[in-house]
Design a binder for this molecule. Structure first.
Ligand code: SDX
Length: 424
């Protein structure tokens, strides 16, 4: 695999370590041999650590590049659909027209959930955060599918992929319906994936609901833009959970839990709350000042990224989609969008943000689109989890179908030396 090496001198020893090159991106130093030499690497937050080998997604943070199986995100957002992107992420190639038709029909045949699952929702308070419900009900799916849960069986892994892609929108919409006291809407086969989601969200048994095709296309694009993103915190959580052999539903539930945090997928909800708190353009400087104040925990939500030190390519597409949706809805003069654009302009001119290379990320504009579509703020991260399920699953499947070991990091111990329990 390599003839390149890195030389490390530590504790009076010189250690040769193998260096591997990928098809894109930085070389990696294989440090697995270090434990035998009595040393560990130290990398809290995994800033410089490659946790695995993967063929699914490539990100170049400096150039603002995001590829899914080699295809640029901008092209997929413009020319593909979310379901086609799901097929691509899972199988590695775009489907032929026949493969796509078969895949879409399979997904349509799995969109309903077991009727018993409806009872899980009624155990929650109506004002429960929908992410709390999603963590619970997605994890509970493993209690319904004993028939195909042998993770060593490729066919079981494939039907589980179909079940998750198909049922997550149904379960997400059920969270919303439960919160507003409306009946659950059963999925419909005559609607495309995004239209069916909007139908299950906003349709009612009392009248026909026809999803707006512009909004459905925007929803589908939002799903594509959130589908996968390499080894982010929630995907790494799914891989680590999967490395113990846990069932895929439990692993996806762990991903949902990790995504919930405001530093990760919870940022889209936090962006809207922040824009509402700012309230008017003349208060923007006050919040920029707070974001720069080390003594103030406030951060400009929707800005910054561990990898992107340039524009997040998804944010660019999202901003354009935002324009389209707001003009379709006659909300071009939306105060929130005005504040967002002004905030972006001011932040990108401010030396603090320029020096730290803090650009808008995928979460900065998505919330404005979702709110314009009528989705409540508390559901924003659920939408992110819905879309990211295929990314989580594709990474889990890539790991389980290859060779892997249980993930078990070590530590730098700075606690007490050995000491005896005080004599009575
Ligand atoms: C997602 O990993 C992924 O790929 C995630 C994601 C995906 O698709 O899966 O892309 C989705 O999670 C996008 C990020 C959404 N989060 C937010 O928008 C929350 C706000 N952003 C920050 O919390 C932060 O930028 C992170 C969490 C996104 C990145 O954190 P890092 O890489 O650990 O960077 P850091 O916190 O060390 O910040 C570096 C410096 C610090 O200043 P110094 O200590 O060096 O002086 O930049 C500052 C930070 O204080 N900083 C910010 C800031 N983000 C970083 N200052 C003000 N506002 C911000 N938003």
């Amino acid at each position: 695999m390599t003839d390149k090496t890195a030389t490390l001198s530590v504790n009076g020893k010189t250690i040769e370590l193998p260096v591997y090159s990928g098809t894109e991106g930085p070389d990696v130093i294989d440090v697995r041999g270090l434990v035998a030499e009595g040393v560990f690497t130290y990398d809290p937050g995994f800033v410089s650590t490659a946790s695995c080998e993967s063929k699914i997604t490539y990100i170049d943070g400096g150039k603002g590049i995001l590829l899914h199986r080699g295809y640029p995100i901008e092209q997929l957002a413009e020319k593909s659909t979310y379901l086609e992107t799901c097929y691509l992420l899972l199988h590695g190639e775009l489907p032929t027209p026949e493969q796509y038709t078969e895949f879409e029909n399979t997904i349509k045949n799995h969109t309903m959930v077991h009727e018993q699952l409806l009872k899980f929702y009624t155990g929650f308070r109506r004002d429960a955060h929908p992410m709390a419900i999603m963590v619970g009900v997605v994890g509970a799916l493993s209690a319904f599918y004993h028939d195909h849960i042998d993770i060593s069986n490729p066919e079981d892994r494939e039907i589980t992929a179909h079940r998750l892609i198909a049922k997550i929108p149904t379960m997400a919409a059920m969270c919303y319906k439960y919160s507003v006291g409306q009946p659950f809407m059963y999925p419909r086969k005559d609607l495309d994936y995004a239209s069916n989601f909007l139908y299950m969200m906003f349709g009612t048994p009392t009248e026909e609901y026809k999803p707006n095709p512009i909004l459905a296309r925007a929803m589908d694009k939002i799903f594509i833009l959130h589908a996968d993103h390499e080894q982010n915190a929630s995907t790494s959580t799914v891989r680590l959970a999967g490395s113990s052999g846990a069932n895929p539903f439990a692993c996806i539930a762990s991903g949902i839990a990790a995504l919930w945090g405001p530093a990760h997928g919870g940022a889209n909800e936090a962006v809207l709350n922040m824009l509402n708190e700012i309230g008017s353009e003349d208060r923007i400087p006050e919040f920029i000042k707070r974001a720069k104040d080390k003594n103030d925990p406030f951060r400009l939500m929707g800005f910054g990224h561990r990898v992107y030190k340039n524009f997040d390519p998804r944010a660019k597409v999202m901003k354009q989609t935002c324009d389209e949706v707001l003009s379709e809805l006659g909300l071009e003069d939306s105060p929130l969008f005005r504040i967002a654009r002004k905030l972006e302009q001011i932040a990108l001119e401010d030396p603090y943000f320029v020096e730290k290379k803090l650009y808008p990320n995928v979460d900065f504009y998505s919330g404005i689109i979702l709110q314009a579509i009528g989705i409540p703020v508390s559901m924003f991260t659920v939408i992110f989890a819905l879309a990211r399920t295929i990314g989580w699953y594709s990474h889990w499947n890539e790991m389980i179908s290859g060779s892997y070991r249980i993930g078990r990091p070590r530590q730098l111990y700075t606690g007490e030396h050995k000491r005896d329990y005080p004599k009575a």
